[in-house]
Design a protein around this ligand. Structure first.
Ligand SMILES: Cc1cc2nc3c(=O)[nH]c(=O)nc-3n(C[C@H](O)[C@H](O)[C@H](O)COP(=O)(O)O)c2cc1C
Length: 135
């Protein structure tokens, strides 16, 4: 199982309809390839986790990287793992309001930071792990 997490910035703030359309498309494509993950939005900052077979994840990530609705894309984590964080979500979606205070602060610091290296992979993983569904 292969995982990518990245941070990016929407060129223009997404309306609710635009976001819904994006998620619909993402879920359609991801379900065909059994790619799962989570998208977090805070203002114009996106943080996304994509996981699945390496080939499938990279193919989808390539499309995402070329999407001109966002820019300043920074890949923060690329790793192999034995299991998925989000096995049940073809693309879950959360706003920052659903994060607890500590995670929120971390994510805001992170998304506003010019120095991406100030954040460890563990910091970023922690933000996502908050949402892992316990079955
Ligand atoms: C922040 C963000 C996250 C996205 N996430 C996904 C995703 O998880 N899966 C996906 O297929 N497309 C995602 N997209 C859309 C892709 O960039 C692209 O528009 C889409 O995959 C095109 O699909 P199509 O080739 O079937 O038309 C995302 C776009 C943005 C801006």
């Amino acid at each position: 199982m292969y995982r990518i997490m990245y941070l990016s910035r929407a060129v223009v703030r997404f309306s609710d309809d635009e976001l819904e359309e994006l998620l619909l498309k993402a879920r359609q494509n991801n379900s065909k390839r059994n790619v799962t993950g989570l998208l977090i939005l805070k203002g114009r900052s996106f943080l996304q986790c994509l996981e699945g077979n390496k080939e499938d994840v990279l193919e989808i990530f390539e499309k995402i990287k070329n999407d001109d609705r966002h820019d300043s894309l920074i890949e923060v984590i690329e790793e192999e793992d034995s299991k998925r964080y989000f096995p049940n979500w073809y693309m879950g979606y959360k706003t920052i309001n659903e994060l607890d205070e500590v995670r929120t602060k971390k994510l805001i610091d992170f998304s506003e930071s010019k120095n991406i290296n100030a954040f460890s992979n563990d910091d970023i993983s922690e933000i996502f792990k908050e949402f892992i569904e316990v079955k």
